[in-house]
Design a protein around this ligand. Structure first.
Ligand code: SF4
Length: 68
């Protein structure tokens, strides 16, 4: 399952089937990536730039950025 979380001119894409639950995202940007909450990605809580930087550190490729 693939989910999308919009932020200004981008969308954070999360592919659940690729996620290895390493929690890198939750450690790196805990205000945005909150595995215990719904929605678990809360793009309103940090800047577009910080979110893009963290998405690019996802080790499995489960997270991606789509420019809209
Ligand atoms: S960093 Fe990527 S692989 Fe790790 S929990 Fe987050 S989305 Fe899943």
């Amino acid at each position: 399952m693939i989910k999308e979380y919009p932020k200004e001119d981008i969308k954070v894409i999360w592919d659940m089937s690729k996620c290895t639950h390493s929690a890198n995202c939750a450690r790196g940007l805990p205000t945005v990536f909150k595995p215990k909450e719904k929605p678990w990605i809360q793009t309103e809580n940090d800047t577009r730039e910080n979110i893009i930087a963290q998405v690019n550190k996802c080790p499995s490729g489960a997270l991606a950025i789509k420019f809209t």
